[in-house]
Design a protein around this ligand. Structure first.
Ligand code: NAD
Ligand code: WQD
Length: 332
């Protein structure tokens, strides 16, 4: 049994599918602050098996501990958290509360239940403005906004915890830019309001829901002047969590591992790939740089390959085709 916080969310729901497909039982603990309960019905439609659902907030220690104990889980995958960079600048305390305090409460509940295996959702944002590319895990860490700072604090908390008790088994997965959706078209990213991230915005333009994409700057030091990122298919990302669990079964360690493809694509490159996959035009206009953005960011994913035997298999066409299928479905 695997206990999955935030399992109804974008990445968590895809992870649930892969966990269940691998024959594992799953308990999802989610407060639905950024997801809908029917996602789990969809996970059941894909896999033929529903995860157990407990609705609750990770900051509610009593509810969390009770759910973890009742699940009988021996490992936790921790997706629950807030993730909007701009919102974190406006309301930093919400991010320290939900992300940092929430994780602290989770670690306390795990300690009480003697569950010491954890896979944590970190982010490439902890590398700050890259000093060198591709990014290796030993690159200096920094944060440029409260969201990133919350991930950094949690990473430090996990390293301190492991130092104090080496029986803990912790995998800190640093995701690059997750995109795409499950090939069934039943689950995907479902942003509320105006999407912050590039691909959901592009998908809504292609669908005619928005008139054009704002390209935030075309004067970066990149091949076409637009920002370059390491986009990774969410199903590849989900599979990385299974591999991390498999490694933790054999190693008591606390390690940070990049999950990316190692390849960077520009904003205009993504736009063209999405036009190809969808057969729809994606009009755009160049707008000023977005505050806090960096020119380029992509992973060195070789540690994931050597430690986990994992590498991203799905290419840009699959990312865009699957995102478009989801966008074109009744939900997307
Ligand atoms: P998401 O918002 O789709 O999923 C998060 C889930 O956690 C949601 O279902 C939400 O309802 C739940 N949740 C939030 N706070 C909670 C709380 N206090 N108690 C219980 N449930 C709570 O986000 P996602 O894109 O699936 O991201 C999952 C994790 O991966 C997050 O920790 C995020 O910071 C991290 N991450 C995401 C990205 C990305 O671009 N999507 C990149 C790097 C890291
Ligand atoms: C990608 C590129 C934009 C929207 C963010 C978080 C990061 C991580 C992933 C959680 C950039 C450009 C975007 C638009 C644009 N999340 N863009 N027009 O900024 O790399 O990372 O999400 O951990 O922490 O910071 O992703 O998808 O927002 O932007 O031109 O409408 O697309 O400038 O170059 P980003 P993104």
């Amino acid at each position: 049994m695997i206990f999955v916080t935030g399992g109804a969310g974008y990445i968590g729901s895809h992870a649930c599918v892969e966990l269940i497909n691998a024959g594992l039982d799953v308990t999802v603990f989610d407060n639905f602050c950024n997801s809908q309960p029917d996602v789990l019905t969809r996970v059941a439609r894909i896999t033929g098996k529903a995860p157990t659902l407990v609705q609750g907030d990770i900051r509610d220690s009593a509810a969390l501990e009770a759910a973890l104990r009742a699940s009988g889980a021996r490992a936790v995958i921790h997706f629950a958290g807030l993730k909007a960079v701009g919102e974190s600048v406006q309301n930093p305390l919400a991010y320290y509360d939900n992300n940092v305090l929430g994780t602290l409460r989770l670690l306390q509940a795990m300690t009480k239940c003697d569950v010491k295996t954890l896979v944590f959702s970190s982010s490439a944002t902890v590398y700050g403005d890259p000093q060198r590319l591709p990014l290796t895990e030993d690159h200096p860490l920094s944060a440029t906004n409260p969201y990133g700072q919350s991930k950094l604090v949690i990473e430090e908390m996990l390293r301190d915890l492991h130092r104090s008790d080496p029986a803990w088994r912790i995998s800190i997965l640093r995701y690059f830019n997750p995109v795409g959706a499950h090939t069934s078209g039943l689950i995907g990213e479902d942003p509320q309001g105006t999407p912050n991230n590039l691909l959901p915005y592009v998908a809504q333009v292609a669908a005619g829901r928005r008139a054009f994409l704002n390209v935030w700057g075309n004067d970066y030091d990149t091949p076409d002047g637009t920002g370059v990122r390491d986009y990774i298919h969410v199903v590849d990302l989900a599979l990385g969590h299974l591999k991390a669990l498999q490694r933790l079964a054999l190693h008591a360690e606390c390690r940070a591992i990049n999950l990316g493809t190692g390849v960077g694509y520009s904003v205009l490159g993504m736009l063209r790939a999405f036009e190809q996959a969808s057969g729809k035009p994606v009009p755009y206009q160049v707008a000023p740089r977005r505050a806090g953005d960096i020119a380029a960011c992509y992973a060195d994913p070789s540690l994931a390959l050597s430690l986990l035997g994992w590498r991203a298999e799905r290419d840009l066409t699959a990312m865009c085709t699957d995102a478009w299928r989801w966008q074109s479905s009744e939900k997307g």
